[in-house]
Design a protein around this ligand. Structure first.
Ligand SMILES: [Zn+2]
Length: 434
């Protein structure tokens, strides 16, 4: 085809296109004159068999006669849209409103940077604010965002962003503290069980000794030997045990910039859903993950994703087995790196070296797996079930000749200032690394 001819064809195609456009415009104007709105005339959500484009592109439409013929068909499609596609249009309008709000917010963001924890406030959190929701949803999402309407949001942003950081802190704090009390109760129970067992053993010994010595228990002078294994009074070891769990529960104290004490503890791990997977993580990691979300994308903060549950109990038992104080700091455990090993299985990488949070996650998962086996097993099966290989209760695993369940290399006592380091206890320090 010569270039000359090609130009000719292109021109005629353009002419056709412009004629078609003019025809569509004419019909659109006629329908608008009849009172139909933009969405009535918008085919974006039409089903394949709904007539619209075929009618609009029909050459014979320009005559009055054919207009009268196709108008009822066009109106039938409009009725279908109104009846079946209202929710799609509403979702579409909502996304338009959200885009408008987001654009305003990203322009405004730099003015929030003086707030230390401003990065925790993601775009999704903005849409959770009642004022923003109201703005977006007004008249079923039909009202575009104006400067004046945006100002109602802008005026509350500083407060909302700092409230948001406080809310995350409080939600995590509640979950951890609750779990610490739960873990303390479990430890107390174990302590009492052990005491009771020892007391019963000693009682049996006394019985045996008295029988062997021919003691007459019917004798009015008879006085049973004292059993020193049982004490009503709390003993020093019980007091210490309780303090190990409570040493850092002192509310949200320490000044605005201080990370609450309870999060600095190596025990304070939380379980959170990240990208659909539940992982065990520290408070500071939760903050870091939010603060470094690319372009502030990420889900809105949801308290119900959090759980600390049995995690604290397992963490404290693991710390004891590692020979680390239950009062050690999270910053120290994190600084040790991937050095913690499970000695109860050959799963990789936990048998070769993982982080503190990963080690706890492994044991939590093994405990859940075993509990599930127990729950689903029939009475008969329970007797044949193997012992929990990842049992952390010394009194229970020792008789099975199982050694210490976990290990870490020696010589790490001074890492990052040692187990009681103060590293990372200020929000400004944390925020500087995001
Ligand atoms: Zn293991």
């Amino acid at each position: 085809m010569s270039p000359r001819k090609r130009v000719k064809v292109d021109t005629s195609e353009t002419e056709d296109a412009s004629q078609a456009c003019a025809r569509r415009d004419e019909i659109t104007e006629k329908l608008k004159a009849l009172g139909y709105g933009d969405e009535d005339l918008d085919p974006r959500f039409d089903e394949d068999d709904w007539k619209w484009n075929t009618l609009l592109d029909n050459d014979s439409l320009s005559t009055e006669h054919s207009w009268e013929k196709i108008l009822p068909q066009l109106e039938a499609t409009i009725d279908l849209r109104r009846e079946h596609k209202a929710s799609e249009f509403r979702i579409w309008r909502r996304s338009l409103r959200e885009t408008e709000v987001k654009a305003r917010f990203s322009q405004y963001r730099p003015r929030l940077e003086y707030l230390v924890l401003h990065k925790l406030f993601l775009d999704a959190d903005l849409f959770e604010l009642p004022a923003v929701r109201e703005l977006i949803e007004e008249n079923e999402c039909r009202v575009p965002l104006t400067e004046e309407r945006w100002l109602t949001v802008q005026n509350i942003l500083v407060q909302s962003v700092s409230d948001h950081a406080s809310r995350i802190e409080e939600d995590c704090h509640d979950a951890v503290v609750q779990a610490k009390y739960g873990a303390k109760d479990l430890a107390n129970e174990r302590w009492s069980d052990e005491r009771r067992k020892k007391w019963v053993q000693r009682e049996e010994e006394i019985d045996r000794e008295e029988e062997e010595n021919g003691v007459d228990r019917e004798d009015p002078e008879y006085e049973r030997s004292w059993n020193p294994k049982y004490l009503d009074e709390p003993t020093d070891d019980l007091v210490e045990l309780e303090e190990d769990y409570e040493f850092d529960i002192r509310g949200l104290v320490g000044g605005q910039d201080a990370v609450p004490l309870c999060f600095s503890s190596a025990q304070s791990l939380l379980e959170q859903e990240v990208d659909g997977i539940r992982i065990i993580t520290s408070y500071t990691d939760i903050l870091r993950r939010r603060a470094t979300a690319p372009l502030y994308h990420g889900p809105a903060w949801r308290n119900e994703d959090l759980c600390s549950d049995r995690i604290v109990d397992i963490a404290v038992l693991l710390l004891r087995h590692l020979g680390v104080s239950p009062r050690a700091r999270m910053a120290y455990m994190v600084a040790c790196g991937s050095v913690f090993r499970c000695r109860r299985c050959s799963q990789v990488p936990v048998s070769e070296g993982v982080t503190w949070a990963e080690l706890v996650q492994h044991f939590v998962a093994e405990h859940r797996r075993y509990n599930e086996l127990l729950m689903n097993a029939s009475e008969e099966d329970i007797n044949n079930l193997d012992e929990n290989g990842h049992n952390l209760i010394e009194e229970e695993y020792r008789p099975l000749n199982l050694g210490v369940p976990v290990s870490m290399p020696e010589g790490l006592e001074e890492v990052a200032g040692g187990p009681f380091t103060n590293a990372g206890h200020l929000y400004t320090q944390l925020a500087a690394t995001w």
